[in-house]
Each structure stands twice: as structure tokens, then as C-alpha cells.
Design a binder for this molecule. Structure first.
Ligand code: G3P
Length: 231
């Protein structure tokens, strides 16, 4: 089975999102054509915002990337989440509103989807939670792989379970593998058929690296130099 030819009929490669609110990192990856979108969360925003208006930061991110940008609500009640979600969605057409996987979050998800706003349901730690998010119309479900690994469970098994359940019932919600900590996580997410993966900048650039690539390039350069010619 190769990319683009799996039995589920998915024809696209897994989308790669950058998990950061750091504009310099976003511009670098976007200009290199390495990413399809951005995910943020309140912790990532807190790292960069300082005295700036978070809405201004979201706008700058949306202008820097041609793809979905997840912006998370911070209210805990559905009414507050919907209000914040609508404000966030009004910033730019790229915004996807992120809500937590709680009863209130799923109420907000259903309401925002009713208004045609895309929703990413985050903090998912079980396949049954993922099924309820899909029932609420989630555009994306974000299982947190690394955080399950941290407590001695298998985060990738969760991604696999969600894939089987969604495929079994023809659910269209996209699986956005999150909390990925290293390249192996990214490979496993691809092999399972996750629709998207979000990675911190460090992991994105780790994907590019291989010691044999560096060694091979060094050898090519040395051999070319010994020739003493220009191209
Ligand atoms: O997208 C979710 C992600 O930001 C969580 O990652 O490394 O904080 O578990 P981490």
C-alpha cells in the first residue's frame, strides 16, 4: 500500500501542520512549502503574545500561511465558546475554531458548525470521545499522542482505533494527530492513515535530516572541489 492508494480511498498525502504561534517559524516553514496549515493552543499563544493582542497574532499567522489555522477558545461554557469562536472566525477565512473535548465543547462545536464555522476538537484521549466529537460535526479531531505515551499508554494505538472506527462508520471528520514528539511518531501517523499531523518546528526539521544525506553531500562537494572547475 502506498501513499495515495490506500483502501479507504484517500488520495491526498497526510497534511503537515506546524504546531506553533511563532511567526518567524511559521514564515520560514511556509515559504519553504513544507506546511499545509497551523495549529495553536493557549499555551503556545502565551509563549509569544507578550503585550500584543492575540487577534493580531492570529491575523498575521493567517496571512503567512495558505491553509487552516487552529485558534483555541478559552471560555469553559458553550455560550462563551461560541461567542469567542465567532469572533475568532471573523478574523480570517483560514481560522478553524478549536474547542476542548468536553460536554460544553461539543455543544459549542455543534453550534459553530451550524453556522458553517470549521471546528477542531482538541484534547482527545479515547476513540469513544472521538466518536462523540464526530457526532457533534467536528471538522478535525486532535488525539494527543505524546501525552498518552507520557502516562504509559500508546498514543498511536489511539490514532489507529480512531481510524478504524471512523472508517467503519464512514465518518468524515479528519484525524489530526497531535502532540507528536519525534519523526517516528510522524511516520506511524502516516502509516495508519491519519489525515493530518501537527508537529513542533523542531520535529519538522528533524524529518529532513539523515546522517547519510549529510555525509553524501560532503563527499560530493569534496570530489567536485578536487576537479577545480565551475558550473
Ligand atoms: O497540538 C497539541 C500539542 O500542542 C500538544 O503537544 O507536546 O504539549 O503534548 P504537547
Amino acid at each position: 500500500m502506498g501513499l495515495g492508494s490506500n483502501p479507504n480511498g484517500r488520495v491526498e498525502q497526510m497534511k503537515i501542520f506546524l504546531d506553533t504561534a511563532d511567526l518567524a517559524e511559521i514564515r520560514r516553514a511556509s515559504e519553504a512549502g513544507l506546511i499545509d496549515g497551523i495549529t495553536t493552543n493557549p499555551s503556545l499563544m502565551a509563549q509569544v503574545a507578550g503585550k500584543e493582542d492575540p487577534r493580531g497574532i492570529f491575523l498575521a499567522i493567517c496571512e503567512a500561511v495558505n491553509g487552516p489555522v487552529s485558534a483555541e477558545v478559552v471560555a469553559l461554557d458553550a455560550k462563551g465558546m461560541v461567542k469567542e469562536g465567532k469572533k475568532l472566525a471573523a478574523i480570517h477565512e483560514n481560522i478553524v475554531v478549536k474547542v476542548p473535548l468536553t460536554e460544553e465543547g461539543l455543544r459549542a462545536c455543534r453550534s459553530l458548525r451550524g453556522d458553517g464555522i470549521r471546528v477542531n476538537v482538541t484534547l482527545c484521549f479515547s476513540a469513544v470521545q472521538a466518536m462523540l466529537a464526530a457526532k457533534a460535526g467536528a471538522t478535525y479531531i486532535s488525539p494527543f499522542v505524546g501525552r498518552l505515551d507520557d502516562v504509559g499508554q500508546s498514543g498511536m494505538e489511539l490514532v489507529e482505533e480512531i481510524r478504524s472506527v471512523y472508517d467503519e462508520y464512514g465518518v468524515e471528520t479528519e484525524i489530526l494527530a497531535a502532540s507528536l514528539r519525534h519523526p517516528r511518531h510522524v511516520l506511524e501517523a502516516m502509516l495508519i492513515g491519519a489525515d493530518c499531523a501537527t508537529l513542533p518546528p523542531k520535529v519538522l526539521y528533524q524529518l529532513l535530516k539523515h546522517p547519510l544525506t549529510d555525509k553524501g553531500l560532503e563527499q560530493f562537494m569534496a570530489d567536485w572541489k578536487s576537479l577545480g572547475k565551475e558550473l
